[in-house]
Design a protein around this ligand. Structure first.
Ligand SMILES: [Zn+2]
Ligand SMILES: [Zn+2]
Length: 139
């Protein structure tokens, strides 16, 4: 079974009406794991799908978010990125190479003193710094 067939089923399962463009957009985010921006997704996919419009990409991402099959992350104010991993995980952005790395953490390991009796529904943890690749190169 190829990945497109799986995504087709996955979209249906999540009550998203499946279409070729929607499959391709989800596939791009899920396969590349590069936390792409709208522009990256559009620029890459329009090479394969010349009829694709940026509005379609926007609307599809909005729909995917409503169905909770992708998450939107904003590490920089002016730059929204998309992630097919919807489980709680943190992001580390390297200020040298600009890459974003996923890392796992557990909400129960963090002490939220001031809000400890609040019901936490979503956390986003961002760390900025220098990744190990860039750090080693500097030495
Ligand atoms: Zn780096
Ligand atoms: Zn991520």
């Amino acid at each position: 079974m190829n990945l497109s067939v799986n995504i087709n089923d996955f979209l249906k399962l999540n009550e998203v009406k499946s279409s070729f463009q929607r499959i391709k957009i989800y596939e791009y985010i899920a396969e590349n794991k590069n936390h792409p921006t709208v522009n990256t997704i559009f620029d890459e996919l329009v090479k394969q799908i010349p009829t694709l419009s940026k509005m379609t990409v926007y609307n599809t991402l909005k729909l995917f978010r409503e169905k909770n099959i992708i998450q939107e992350i904003s590490i920089e104010d002016n730059e929204l990125r998309y992630d097919a991993n919807v489980k709680t995980h943190g992001h580390f952005k390297c200020r040298k190479c600009g890459e974003i790395f996923d890392f796992e953490y557990n909400n129960s390991e963090i002490v939220f003193t001031e809000i400890n009796n609040y019901k936490i529904e979503e956390t986003q943890l961002f760390i900025k710094g220098i990744c190990s690749n860039c750090f080693t190169m500097n030495k």
